[in-house]
Design a protein around this ligand. Structure first.
Ligand SMILES: *[C@@H]1O[C@H](CO)[C@@H](O)[C@H](O)[C@H]1NC(C)=O
Ligand SMILES: *[C@@H]1O[C@H](CO)[C@@H](O)[C@H](O)[C@H]1NC(C)=O
Ligand SMILES: *[C@@H]1O[C@H](CO)[C@@H](O)[C@H](O)[C@H]1NC(C)=O
Ligand SMILES: *[C@@H]1O[C@H](CO)[C@@H](O)[C@H](O)[C@H]1NC(C)=O
Length: 379
């Protein structure tokens, strides 16, 4: 039986938070798994998992260790019939979760992409919701590291409602034209670090949603994909709380956006204290962009009296090539202009040598030093 297969090694250990306590290990080989993909190991996987979860004590400070080898998702969307098709591997309400591994986690997303509403809107029974490989919901002081994952049916990693979450040394790869395959999406979370990772997908490498603070993103190699994006925020007049974000020391290659913030008109609240620092762009379509007039269908959204306020954004030491003419595009709203923007040491040129690039700032105030192309901001 090839479908519903979770081949190869999974060690599930449950360790008390107090150092020196015995380790409870849940090794799927002790549950009848063969581990080499010839037979269906999912029963062993599920049984080991269930026992590990049942072994939870009242002790609130538990540390979980999950060690993965190679894991392959069921390729057929029908395998999810009757199940929650929003997720594949999910963790909820865990403190001190530690997920790491080697080998490969393959989401086998092709069949899902072929029926996605995004790319096949007229297809009967097209799907809007497809599984996320890893969902972390309400996890505290947790990590995801050393994992190599490919071809998620939709978002690869979702971090939701979490506090103190580190992602380090992960590789995420899906084709450039796979629909909605965000690398890592963060929502309603605080103190999240994403470092030393390689991400190339059909959507955002990293996207940052609402109710966010204290995010540190560093040493990311992003591309292909839509770039590293804050938003879209403020849809349906929502009140936005996004602040204290540092995106630094990263490379974006062949992406549609570089440093992006996008908000809908009519929203409220704030996006503030955002720093983009030491970024290298290679043939990026919109290297620096704020779109405060975001609309999913051009011209469909009318001008509104309110908007999400964007302030205290720093762009520092950004270099490289733009594949569009407008290398710097701060398109802010008339009702709530962008304020206290700082641009310091920016040099962007056209990917086609000798072609001019421009900076176009609308309703954006702040100061700039050593910015090319420029000047752009109003004092
Ligand atoms: C990163 O993860 C890979 C496995 O995907 C591993 O081989 C490598 O040693 C890790 N690197 C570091 C610095 O831990
Ligand atoms: C801005 O955000 C950074 C984290 O990126 C934080 O260290 C700093 O304290 C924040 N500044 C203010 C004025 O809140
Ligand atoms: C700014 O946004 C408006 C509204 O979406 C759009 O019509 C305009 O083309 C944008 N300007 C630039 C330079 O992208
Ligand atoms: C800048 O954007 C505004 C509004 O989107 C547009 O009217 C104008 O032509 C643009 N200017 C340049 C130099 O691209």
């Amino acid at each position: 039986m090839k479908k519903n297969m979770f081949p190869l090694m999974l060690l599930l250990g449950l360790v008390s938070g107090i150092v020196g306590w015995p380790i409870d290990e849940f090794n799927i080989f002790n549950y009848g798994a063969s581990g080499f993909g010839e037979v269906d190991d999912s029963k062993a996987f599920v049984n080991a998992w269930r026992d590990a979860c049942n072994a939870r004590t009242q002790n609130a400070k538990l540390v979980y260790q999950l060690i993965f080898g190679k894991i392959i998702a069921p390729g057929a969307p029908e395998s999810w019939n009757g199940r929650d098709s929003s997720q594949w591997i999910a963790f909820k309400d865990v403190v001190g979760l530690n997920v790491y591994g080697y080998g490969l986690i393959d989401g086998q997303g092709m069949r899902w992409w072929d029926q996605s509403c995004r790319y096949h809107p007229v297809l009967e029974g097209c799907t809007k919701l497809a599984p996320t490989i890893f969902k972390f919901i309400s996890c505290k002081e947790s990590t995801l590291r050393d994992i190599y994952m490919v071809n998620s049916p939709q978002t690869h990693v979702l971090i939701l409602n979490s506090k103190g979450f580190n992602v380090d040394n992960v590789t995420i790869q899906s084709p450039e034209h796979s629909p909605n395959t965000d690398g890592i999406h963060i929502h309603s979370s605080h103190f999240v670090k994403i470092t030393n990772s390689i991400i190339g997908t059909g959507d955002d490498c990293i996207s940052i949603g609402d109710y966010i603070s204290n995010i540190d993103i560093a040493n990311i190699n992003c591309g292909p994909g839509h770039g590293i994006s804050i938003g879209s925020l403020g849809k349906n007049k929502e009140i936005v709380h996004v602040e204290h974000i540092h995106i630094r020391d990263s490379t974006l290659k062949g992406t549609s956006n570089g440093a992006r913030i996008k908000t809908w008109q009519g929203g409220q609240g704030n996006v503030r204290n955002i720093t983009f620092e030491n970024l290298e762009f290679d043939a990026v379509n919109n290297p620096i962009i704020i779109d405060q007039n975001y609309c999913d269908v051009r011209g469909k959204c009318k001008e509104e009296e309110t908007g999400v306020k964007i302030s205290d954004v720093v762009y520092k030491n950004l270099h490289g090539t733009s594949s569009s003419k407008i290398a710097i595009n701060l398109n802010c709203s008339k009702s709530v202009p962008c304020s206290r923007i700082t641009m310091d040491t920016i040099n962007l040129v056209s990917v086609q040598q000798g072609n001019p690039v421009t900076a176009n700032c609308t309703n954006a105030k702040g100061t700039e030093v050593e910015v090319h192309p420029g000047p752009c901001l109003r004092n």
